[in-house]
Design a protein around this ligand. Structure first.
Ligand code: DX5
Ligand code: ZN
Length: 234
């Protein structure tokens, strides 16, 4: 894992939505690799966020790939619209798939739509072992380090074991962690095998976003925080 480059994906959920285009350009200048787009349907999670027209608008100004995290109960039905809106990474939740066969059907449906990076997320309270048979179908596994639904929650250290487990199965795709990630716990995530770190609060609310992104990518374990805000870690 030492040779993998860590990608940083700021979650635009934490941006100033009145200035979304400027915010996107600002975090790109600050060094963002992907732009994480949290889609919430008010059903799988209570919160309600970004529909396809907003994602298409972000795509028009973005230079970096859009990493679209679908927290919705019908991720196959909505996939075409989000793909057309510019999703490069499209991630559905294991919890809504109805088991291995259902998840496989969703992943294959995404491939049929031409989704470049097909991802599946495992929520904070969900065990990871049942996804073993699916790993060969996926380009990206997202281990949630909070329960999906809101930004600004505290990091759950139990996600680190789940991340390690995925790598131990020989999974060689993108391994993403999302929720409560800050410079104070990023090294633990990287050491566990994560190579894509999502961060909303720790980037958008940082006094220096470029420094926060550098710290997420490189800060060693044991440095509680540098450029980011004092977000609680593990
Ligand atoms: C939670 C979302 C996360 C969240 C990250 O449901 O999937 O992407 O916005 O925000 P922070 O980094 O503030 O926890
Ligand atoms: Zn997310």
């Amino acid at each position: 894992m030492a040779t993998r480059t860590t990608l940083i994906a700021p979650s635009i959920l934490a941006c100033d939505f009145a200035r979304i285009g400027e915010e996107v350009r600002d975090v790109e200048r600050a060094g963002a690799d992907w732009l994480h787009v949290d889609v919430m349907d008010g059903h799988y999670v209570p919160n309600l966020t970004l529909g396809p027209p907003i994602v298409a608008a972000v795509h028009r100004v973005a230079q970096r790939p859009l990493d679209v995290h679908l927290m919705v109960t019908n991720p196959l039905a909505l996939a075409g619209e989000y793909r057309s809106a510019g999703a490069h990474v499209l991630t559905f939740h294991w919890e809504v798939a109805g088991g291995v066969a259902g998840a496989r059907a969703i992943a294959r449906g995404y491939r049929d739509l031409g989704v470049p990076v097909v991802g599946m997320a495992v929520d904070g309270a969900t065990p990871v072992e049942p996804i073993r048979e699916l790993l060969g179908e996926l380009d990206l596994v997202l281990i949630m380090s909070v329960q999906a639904g809101f930004g600004g929650q505290s990091f759950q250290a139990s996600a680190l074991d789940k991340t390690r487990w995925v790598r131990r199965q020989g999974f060689d795709g993108y391994l993403q962690m999302d929720g409560g990630i800050s410079p104070s716990n990023a090294a633990l995530c990287r050491e566990a095998g994560a190579d894509v770190l999502v961060a909303g609060t720790a980037v958008f609310r940082a006094p220096d976003r470029a420094q926060a992104i550098l710290d997420l990518r490189h800060a060693p374990a044991g440095i509680p925080q540098m450029g980011g805000l004092p977000v609680e870690g593990c």
